[in-house]
Design a binder for this molecule. Structure first.
Ligand SMILES: [Zn+2]
Length: 342
């Protein structure tokens, strides 16, 4: 083959949660010119959804591909008819994996068919067998990848599995770029392992969006995907929730004010009695009583499902007045004691 072999490069950007794919040829001279429009950038979620979709529809894909493999060394017309269906399937799909596998297999099919056409003229059964075996082998690898749940067990905490894969890295270094791509094997085994490992190390989980219903990879118990509309709905709900929480807080608003008032007056008293803890503790001993009276009011409102209003404000004023009286009473006692000492 004079033509360069097509290869798929990938680069996983864990920070941006996306994967950059580039289909190119096995020729270093081309790699320096990889531009943005040659890249297919898919978010983790998109990769995950495409894999899931491809796996779910794999039986149909497998059947069509098997049919095509079956006709590789058969009649040309039948082969071309099934190849057309195979191409239609690829063209009608927006799925990254359907397209990638189809393109890869198509090249292999055509090259095998060309070999067979040539061999057929001489009835070379050995060449014929070799070609079909190769096609089968490539497709079997894809089958294996799709069937091995371990590749897709993104949150696997299962036993250690050791394996060896030979693959290459391609480093593209320029003035302001230093891209390290991995060359994918035909069946994408290394890609799936790398991808699932990234998901695992980013501690992402398979979640379901409560707005659009799609699955996505998010933090544990996340409820909303990155979709713009879903995010808008989610922010809206969150705001409402905050508002609700705030209105719940109106029940405790007076209690909070009372607590603040008590601690301010404790500090005031403490300064007056020169930190004599006997007097400070005496003042504090009635804190529980003041709070209990406020709490009874709040409980009553909550039981009757009414938002606290003027009555509670009046109670707060009354308690504050009592606190002031009690404070000056204790301060007076302290002064009297100081007077006796002189
Ligand atoms: Zn969503």
């Amino acid at each position: 083959m004079a033509e360069n072999r097509k290869i798929l490069l990938y680069r996983i950007d864990e920070q941006a949660k996306n994967v950059i794919f580039v289909v190119t040829e096995d020729d270093p001279e081309l790699w320096g010119n990889i531009s943005e429009d040659m890249q297919t950038v898919l978010s983790f979620d998109e990769v995950f959804r495409d894999i899931t979709e491809f796996r779910n529809g794999f039986l149909d894909y497998e059947q069509l591909t098997d049919e095509l493999i079956g006709t590789i060394n058969g009649r040309g017309a039948v082969f071309r008819e099934i190849l057309e269906r195979f191409d239609d399937n690829r063209l009608n799909s927006f799925n990254f994996f359907t397209r990638y596998y189809s393109d890869t297999l198509r090249d292999i099919f055509l090259s095998a068919r060309a070999d067979i056409d040539k061999a057929g003229a001489f009835f070379n059964t050995r060449a014929l067998k070799k070609s079909t075996e190769y096609v089968n082998e490539v497709f079997n690898n894809i089958r294996e990848v799709m069937r091995d749940d371990w590749n897709f067990d993104f949150n696997s905490e299962s036993d250690m599995k050791a394996f060896r894969l030979s693959f290459d890295k391609i480093i593209i270094r320029g003035n302001d770029r230093n891209d390290i791509y991995t060359v994918a094997d035909t069946a994408l085994v290394n890609f799936f392992y790398d991808f699932s490992f990234s998901i695992h190390s980013k501690k992402l989980y398979v979640c379901s969006c409560k707005y659009c219903g799609k699955v996505f990879l998010g933090k544990k118990n996340a409820v909303c995907c990155d979709g713009e509309e879903c995010q808008a709905a989610y922010q809206h709900d969150k705001k409402n929730e905050k508002r609700r929480a705030k209105s719940k807080d109106t029940y405790n608003e007076h209690m909070t004010k009372l607590t603040t008032y008590l601690s301010q007056h404790t500090s005031g008293l403490k300064a007056t009695v020169q930190e004599d803890m006997r007097y400070v503790n005496k003042f504090k001993s009635r804190n529980a009583e003041f709070k209990a009276r406020m709490k009874a009011e709040i409980d009553r409102c909550q039981a009757e499902n009414i938002i606290p209003g003027d009555e509670q404000t009046a109670l707060l004023k009354k308690l504050e007045a009592e606190i002031v009286v009690y404070q000056s009473q204790i301060e007076a006692e302290w002064r009297a004691e100081q007077g006796k000492k002189k």
